[in-house]
Write a protein that binds this ligand. Structure first.
Ligand code: HEM
Length: 126
């Protein structure tokens, strides 16, 4: 499996930003997790996730400069996230990766990362 930190140089920044745009296009209309997001700031939400991915995948550290340490578990505490919400997040990201036709090798690494982070965001039973 490719190391996560190599994916930014493999895929390029634009592909990562396109991926996040395709993901949020789905999140916006999702009945389960869509309503959790700031309805007046989709652009900001998109930028935060894209910056985070760029940083985590070995690219620019702009995310850290803008937002500080990610502290993702703490930042997700205001939202009730159980198994259904975590699975939906990953499902929408799977669809976005398919839409953007990412190379299979990259999908393998990314999917493992997304599943692991999504599971660690769970703060509700079930
Ligand atoms: C498990 C299901 C998940 C749900 C329901 C969820 C929901 C949310 C919501 C509602 C926000 C606030 C949007 C904003 O204003 O930025 C957010 C922020 C964020 N999420 Fe998630 N999320 C999930 C999983 C993940 C995963 C798997 C990742 C990373 C791989 C992630 C990364 C982020 C980042 C980087 C932010 C912005 C943090 C910041 O404020 O700087 N989330 N998420």
């Amino acid at each position: 499996m490719l190391p996560l930190e190599q994916l930014h140089s493999l895929l390029g920044e634009q592909t990562l930003r396109d991926l996040v745009a395709a993901f949020y296009q789905r999140v916006r209309h999702d009945d389960l997790i869509g309503p959790m997001y700031p309805q007046q700031d989709w652009q900001g939400a998109q930028e935060r996730l894209a910056d985070f991915l760029v940083y985590r995948l070995g690219g620019s550290q702009a995310y850290l400069v803008k937002r500080g340490h990610p502290r993702l578990r703490m930042r997700h505490m205001p939202f009730a996230i159980g198994q259904a919400e975590a699975q939906r997040w990953v499902q929408l990201m799977d669809e976005a990766m398919a839409q953007c036709a990412l190379p299979a090798e990259a999908v393998l690494t990314l999917r493992a990362f997304f599943v692991q982070v999504a599971q660690s965001m769970r703060n509700q039973p079930g």
